[in-house]
Design a protein. Structure first.
Length: 279
């Protein structure tokens, strides 16, 4: 399945303009043979827009979802897009997957919020593994900081995810996540990972680009630069099957040894520093 990564910050603060950017990118992706287009985190509204996040948030089945479904159907490809999702008084940092016929397949709410900005504006999601079938591939959804927790990605591997979609808003100086962490996650979990970033300066944040489609062999099968770009890469089920056959990580696991991973450790006392008064 050819997958298109839309590395773009769109037009922060304007959902209408971002829907136009998405439509234009969908046309280019479909013309290049893509069956799936993936955007960056909070693509529909922008990331660094302060309290406007809450103002622009919509339900999963809102007007913007209808507009994306129309775009997907008209161009004949599936679309995964980042947006702020409203449910009553709560707002979630979400990604929704819509099929090429306009059907809403899956909606995921970010479980690990990064920094004060996100914790001030969003409620964390509680469902770590959200999946859908697309073109014979099991697609999983995740957002940005979530992929930096190895337990999260391993849960997807154990649930059979073939292609993990990760809209992100990765900023300076954390570009090593795109360069190193994401390919390692793909290798150690034997899956493809599509990590799709914003680009350029937005408010106080400098987004580093480097969107990546990492393969189960731990290599970047496609990678963007630092500017806005549409990147194409192929998800090959045959390569994935062969890689899983030869890589023993999931077969050689010993879950009985990992109980400490789900226990909260007691805090370690910090010794006082000489010359510094402690309460």
């Amino acid at each position: 399945m050819r997958t298109a990564l839309l590395q773009s910050s769109g037009r922060p603060g304007s959902t209408a303009e971002n829907l136009k950017v998405l439509d234009e990118a969908a046309g280019r992706a479909a013309a290049a043979g893509a069956g799936l287009l993936v955007t960056s985190e909070l693509f529909l509204t922008g990331y660094a827009i302060g309290d406007d996040i809450g103002v622009l948030a919509e339900p999963a089945d809102g007007d913007s979802a209808d507009a994306v479904a129309e775009t997907a159907g008209r161009h004949g490809l599936a679309i995964a897009y980042g947006y702020p999702e409203r449910e009553g008084e709560r707002v979630f940092n979400s990604v929704q997957l819509i099929s090429a016929d306009g059907t809403r397949l899956a909606d995921y709410r970010k479980t690990h919020l990064f920094g004060c900005f996100e914790r001030d504006h969003f409620t964390p999601g509680e469902q770590p593994v959200v999946q859908a079938r697309l073109g014979g591939v099991t697609v999983g959804l995740m957002i940005c900081y979530d992929v930096e927790f190895p337990e999260n990605v391993r849960a997807h591997a154990l649930a059979g995810t073939d292609l993990l979609l990760v809209p992100t808003a990765q900023m300076h100086p954390f570009q090593f996540v795109a360069e190193s962490v994401v390919p390692v996650r793909a290798f150690e979990n034997q899956m493809y990972v599509a990590y799709v970033n914003r680009a350029g300066q937005e408010g106080e944040f400098e987004f580093v680009g480097l969107s990546t489609l990492a393969g189960p062999d731990g290599t970047a099968r496609a990678r963007a630069g630092r500017a806005e770009e549409l990147v194409l890469g192929d998800v090959d089920p045959a390569l994935l099957a062969a890689s899983r056959e030869h890589n023993p990580y999931l077969r050689d696991r010993r879950p009985g040894l990992y109980g400490s991973l789900v226990r909260t450790p007691a805090p370690t006392p910090v010794p006082p520093v000489q010359g510094v008064r402690t309460p």
